[in-house]
Design a protein around this ligand. Structure first.
Ligand code: LLP
Length: 454
């Protein structure tokens, strides 16, 4: 549970991923919770609930720390990329571009959002294990670097790219590295749907050498997400440096080495992820050592953080509604959102921290289970959680919801998606408007023959 510890003064303000709550969280004289200088209960009343609230300073601080740490620890060139699958919107893309980040996209929708949000095509890499021809064409036209994941990509690109304007490519391979995280979010082990198998890499590198339309400038691997250990990334640097040596020997002018994302964040008090600076230091040193051992010129270092940039910059405010006491078993408090705006608990059994926004420090708690409003028994956001006594109409904040919440949201039960606001210095801006039930009907088509007159 969160308790008052989330607001302890000595939190790691340079590394938002190590704090449950956004770094600007504070309690005012009337003991109400503020973020970015805005009182959360006032935001909830003004914008409605559920409401995602982004703290601009937390997001910018995370970006700045990645950049300053790369500058401090990596002697070569570098370009951090935001893994926009974590949370893709025009405003977030605009912020990360203004902080000097490039971006990783996985679909035409993410590409379009990034480009319209102001990220330059040459600073975008396009991933995916089943890219369509249209998506590849769109990426190629916009000078985006395409990450070759398999032979299907190569076959499609043969008919898209021309010798006059070669496609800029990276090659993704599975490095065969295991890490301890949920099996659904592990990607570096050999039995993965992503990337070329290590045994295929040499022949693909040889094949690409024959194509004038192919300009292979980078190598990519990603080992998983929400990782707290650093050793897997040290091992990854070694594996990638071996492949870099091979690719350069075959004649590819490889300039970029992309080690993917994966740095974990603090969802609950027990979580103790490395700081952004520590993670960057480890991967930087590992690449420098691996390259010097193999006599290789330093590549441009790329990494692709998603969660550690956005998760703890954001929280979700819900309104508490029904209360159900099952005597001797459990007390359920139901909120006005749930698995449609945060599918992570039901998908990965993820844990979260929470508090009442107007009683964040009250320690007179009872054990409750926070249930979502969807027609699904598993729609539980927090199980057996300590919360001060509360009533219907009170507002609850769930922390750490900036990553893989909105981006994985659904309209299950035809529940509209929440709005998102961004706060800073006491000001608030809407960055995603709330969906309305009518929005959900926009895509429906009712053929005339189904219309009855009764
Ligand atoms: N690069 C690639 C190629 C990726 O597949 C991912 C995440 C990232 C970078 C960013 O990883 P991060 O820094 O966010 O750990 N939906 C899951 C997470 C799936 C991660 C998918 N790939 C969740 O909610 O935990």
């Amino acid at each position: 549970m969160l308790g008052s510890k989330a607001f302890e003064p000595n939190r790691d303000i340079d590394s938002p991923n190590r704090n449950i709550a956004p770094i600007t969280s504070e309690i005012n004289d009337s003991e109400k919770l503020l973020v970015g200088g805005c009182q959360l209960s006032e935001l909830a009343k003004k914008y409605g609930t559920p409401l995602y609230v982004f703290d601009e300073l937390s997001l910018r601080t995370a970006c700045k720390t990645y950049i300053s740490s790369l500058k401090k620890h990596y002697p070569g060139d570098y370009l951090p990329l935001y893994a926009s699958k974590a949370n893709s919107s025009l405003a977030i893309c605009a912020i990360i571009a203004s902080e000097g980040f490039g971006l990783d996209a996985v679909s035409e929708g993410e590409l379009l959002t990034a480009l319209k949000g102001g990220v330059k095509g040459e600073n975008i890499v396009f991933h995916g294990n089943n890219k369509s021809r249209d998506e590849l064409f769109f990426a190629y036209q916009n000078n985006v670097t395409i990450v070759l994941d398999n032979n299907h990509d190569i076959e499609l690109l043969k008919n898209i790219a021309s010798e006059g304007k070669p496609a800029k490519l990276m090659l993704r391979f599975t490095p065969g590295i295991e890490c301890h995280t949920h099996e659904y979010i592990r990607t570096g082990h050999l039995d993965s749907k992503f990337g070329f198998d290590p045994d295929q890499v040499e022949s693909v590198l040889q094949e690409l050498k024959m194509y004038k339309w192919a300009n292979l400038t980078g190598l990519h691997a990603h080992i998983g997400s929400q990782i707290f250990e650093v050793q897997p990334h040290v091992d990854l640097a070694g594996v990638m440096a071996d492949t870099l040596k091979l690719a350069r020997k075959i004649g590819h002018p490889i300039a970029d080495l992309n080690l993917g994302g994966g740095l974990g964040i603090k969802y609950v008090q027990e979580d103790n992820p490395p700081s952004i600076d520590k993670w960057v230091e480890v991967i930087s040193k590992a690449v420098v050592i691996a390259c010097s051992e193999r006599n290789l010129d330093l590549p441009r270092l790329m990494c692709e953080p998603g969660r550690s940039l956005v998760a703890n910059s954001c929280l979700t405010i819900y309104k508490i509604g029904a209360k159900k006491i099952v005597p001797g078993i459990r007390t359920y408090l139901s909120v006005d959102g749930g698995m449609s705006d945060n599918p992570r608990p039901i998908t990965y059994q993820s844990l979260y921290s929470s508090c009442l926004v107007d009683k964040p420090l009250d320690s007179n708690c009872e054990k409750v289970t926070i249930a979502g409003k969807h027609c699904e028994s598993g729609d539980i956001l927090l199980k057996d959680f300590s919360l001060p006594s509360c009533e219907s109409g009170d507002f609850l904040a769930v922390f750490g919801t900036g990553a893989y919440n909105y981006s994985m949201s659904s309209n299950y039960n035809r529940i509209p998606r929440p709005a998102t606001v961004i706060v800073g210095d006491g000001c608030v801006d809407l960055i995603q408007r709330r969906e309305l039930p009518e929005d959900l009907l926009q895509l429906d088509v009712l053929p005339d023959r189904f219309i009855t007159n009764n």
